[in-house]
Design a protein around this ligand. Structure first.
Ligand SMILES: [Zn+2]
Length: 153
């Protein structure tokens, strides 16, 4: 079943960042997953991907499909945000088993980080963004954008 962002995510849809098509892969079952990059020279893994390795400046980066769950590293509640965004909401870093730490919004918390704890398991949700959800500064009519969020498993 395709993921649908909860209202708490849609009210600030591009927390984290609008993703390029290259930052997402679709599994055989149709589920969307994040995709990072791995350096073929030194093994550094990053998300989102980039054409040049941030560790060795190598240019032999290959796609790194990422899984659908990880562990919460740290999080915080945001009470002050741009006027159109509904507060509070929770942001945090999630460690994925592939070795990358990803920043994003955490849903399913009623906007409060206090109920969360480091190392809990969170699911990664990825969704194709409707045009109206896209950050106008990032949007291109020719390029689909995606957004992602985390939620306690
Ligand atoms: Zn490298």
């Amino acid at each position: 079943m395709p993921a649908t962002a909860p209202a708490s995510v849609r009210n600030a849809p591009h927390v984290g960042r609008a993703l390029r098509a290259a930052d997402v892969t679709r599994a055989e079952d149709g589920e969307l997953h994040l995709s990072g990059a791995e350096c073929s020279d030194c093994g550094t893994r990053i998300f989102p991907g980039a054409p040049v390795c941030p560790s060795c400046n190598g240019e032999r980066m290959k796609p790194l499909p990422l899984g659908s769950s990880g562990t919460l590293y740290a999080c915080s509640t945001v009470h002050v945000a741009p006027a159109a965004w509904q507060v509070p909401y929770v942001i945090g870093y999630v460690d994925l088993p592939e070795g990358v730490r990803v920043f994003g919004k955490i849903a399913g918390t009623d906007g409060v980080a206090a109920g969360l704890a480091p190392d809990i398991t969170v699911r990664v949700h990825v969704e194709e963004a409707a045009v109206s959800d896209a950050n106008p500064a990032d949007a291109s009519p020719a390029a689909p954008t995606y957004h992602y969020w985390f939620a306690p498993a």
